[in-house]
Design a protein around this ligand. Structure first.
Ligand SMILES: Nc1nc2c(c(=O)[nH]1)N[C@H]1C(S)=C(S)[C@@H](COP(=O)(O)O)O[C@H]1N2
Ligand SMILES: [Mo]
Length: 198
């Protein structure tokens, strides 16, 4: 069993579980405000410089899980397609194109903002957003879209799946208690305002 499942990390699929997904034939379309819109195959994603980030995915429903997430940094990806200066937000689309969410460009360019394929040395399963998901530790987990098929470079903001249903557009992590999944659900206090660090 993979590490996230072993730790009993909650599995969220608001739009319904996508079922079995084909990792080796996965492609991600990168489009919008860029000079060279294109698709990246699984092999092409793995051929880009790989980045690891030790960090936490923290849900607005007040749990948080830590590990080493690995993939391609959004700054690398955006440079690959020749991002235009007019790009202000990055919009992620999940498989099926029902779930989407957007983050400010400045957050996307931070060092731990990645498109990840692995957690603690193993490929992500479908439950946890494999083959490739967003990992944005600086904001609530609903900004970390799972099973991403499209990344859109946006000139303006569009509220996503959860943002249209009442979660904040900023996704800023708010102070309060969270269950630490790595510590068997022990309740810990977080300050809010940025990445959760413990
Ligand atoms: N496609 C998709 N991505 C999603 C969600 C979802 O329902 N569908 N839930 C989000 C929320 S609210 C959180 S907290 C994390 C949870 O990630 P996990 O299900 O891998 O634990 O995924 C985010 N990405
Ligand atoms: Mo969440």
């Amino acid at each position: 069993m993979d590490k996230l499942a072993q730790m009993d990390t909650p599995v969220f699929w608001a739009e319904g579980h996508p079922g079995k997904l084909d990792r080796e034939n996965w492609t991600i379309e990168v489009t919008g405000a860029c000079e060279r819109p294109r698709s990246f195959s699984w092999d092409e994603l793995l051929a880009l410089p790989q980045t690891e980030a030790d960090g936490r995915l923290t849900s607005v429903t007040r749990w948080s899980v830590r590990g080493v997430w690995k993939g391609v940094s959004l700054s690398t990806l955006l440079a690959e397609v020749g991002m235009k200066p007019s790009c202000k937000f990055i919009r992620f689309w999940s498989v099926g194109l029902v779930y989407d969410t957007s983050i400010p460009l400045a957050t996307a360019l931070r060092e731990k903002s990645l498109l990840v394929h692995s957690f603690d040395g193993a490929y992500l399963t479908e439950d946890y957003g494999g083959p490739v998901r967003a990992f944005i530790p600086y904001l609530w987990g609903y900004k970390s879209a799972k099973s991403v098929v499209k990344v859109e470079l946006m000139e303006y903001y569009v509220p996503g799946y959860w943002e249209q249903r009442g979660y904040t557009d900023s996704g800023e992590i708010e102070a309060g208690p969270v269950r630490d999944i790595n510590a068997g659900g022990e309740i810990k206090a977080i300050p809010g305002g940025d990445e959760v660090k413990f």
